[in-house]
Design a protein around this ligand. Structure first.
Ligand SMILES: NC(=O)c1ccc[n+]([C@@H]2O[C@H](COP(=O)([O-])OP(=O)(O)OC[C@H]3O[C@@H](n4cnc5c(N)ncnc54)[C@H](O)[C@@H]3O)[C@@H](O)[C@H]2O)c1
Length: 279
């Protein structure tokens, strides 16, 4: 999609981090923005900031894990702007690390519900409307480097992000087969300086944080602090839509981890063990 100005972008998880970076980048491109998030207070602040910059903004509080709520988001977006040209299924959460067999089903439901089903809900509610509109469009699904490389910890997060990569690949091929004018990108960032370490601020009935989890979060935050700025990722996403780039990576220095995974597959060997988070 070459021209972004005047078109409508919907962003989930827009109240913080990468989603806010995307919303800012789209507003700077002259797009109309539907900013959506579960956290009402932080969302109102971002919406005000975007309006002050001159953008036309609709803010919608939505839990992406709730299919009906996302259907409501689509209905409100179309009622206000009559179209959604860019859909960013970005909202996501990070769980604390513990062995897979010790992770509760509640933890699985929370992370898969937001990171994976949140994308499914966005696709199911928006794509039929986008196809019916017949206008050029683009879907950006936020996965992670964790969706491309072999994991050693945090299996739930890795599994959710591998799912988003696979889903995105299939959707792109389905849309191509239809000849639809809708592109897809899957965003696979390495470390970005955001608030994801404190994801349980939005978790229903979040369990208390124990000391190993506190220590894990401290290490993870130090790791993210070595990363890139979310506003730079937002601008990269806007450019990738224009360039019709499918895989959007932020850290070229990590390419070797992707290669190592595919080489292990072809060799039939165990996946390379990358300690996580890197110190
Ligand atoms: N920060 C990183 O290093 C990094 C790396 C790879 C991928 N990602 C992915 O980027 C995306 C954005 O995360 P971030 O790092 O900006 O974190 P963040 O915590 O700063 O922002 C995430 C936003 O999503 C919202 N959110 C959480 N649960 C929600 C729900 N159920 N419904 C709607 N909104 C919800 C939060 O309120 C928050 O505003 C996530 O999908 C994450 O997995 C982040």
């Amino acid at each position: 999609m070459q021209e972004l100005g005047g078109r409508v972008a919907v962003v989930t998880g827009a109240a913080s981090g990468i989603g806010r970076g995307m919303a800012r980048a789209f507003a700077a491109e002259g797009m109309r923005v539907v900013a959506s998030d579960l956290e009402a207070g932080a969302l109102a602040v971002v919406a005000e900031e975007l309006r002050a910059s001159g953008a036309e903004v609709l803010e919608v509080v939505t839990d992406v894990a709730d299919a009906q709520a996302v259907e409501g988001l689509a209905a409100e977006s179309y009622a206000r702007f009559g179209a959604a040209h860019v859909l960013c299924n970005n909202a996501g959460v990070l769980n604390d690390n513990r062995p897979t067999w010790e992770s509760s089903l509640d933890e699985w439901s929370w992370v898969m519900g937001v990171n994976f089903m949140g994308v499914v809900h966005g696709v199911r509610s928006f794509v039929p409307r986008m196809l019916e509109g017949g206008e050029p469009g683009h879907i950006v699904n936020t996965a992670s480097m964790a969706g491309l490389m072999a994991g050693t910890t945090n299996a739930i997060y890795y599994a959710s992000k591998h799912g988003v990569v696979s889903l995105s690949e299939c959707i792109q091929n389905e849309l191509n087969a239809l000849g639809a004018p809708i592109g897809v990108s899957v965003l696979c960032p390495g470390p970005v300086r955001t608030e994801i370490v404190d994801s349980d601020r939005n978790r229903p009935n979040a369990p208390p944080v124990d000391e190993p989890s506190r220590e894990y979060r401290r290490r993870f935050r130090r790791f993210l602090d070595t990363g890139v700025e979310p506003d730079d990722v937002g601008r990269l996403v806007a450019d990738s839509i224009r360039d019709e780039r499918f895989y959007v990576l932020t850290h070229p220095s990590w390419d070797s981890l992707i290669k190592a995974r595919f080489e292990a597959m072809l060799d039939g060997t165990a996946p390379a063990a990358e300690r996580w988070p890197r110190e």
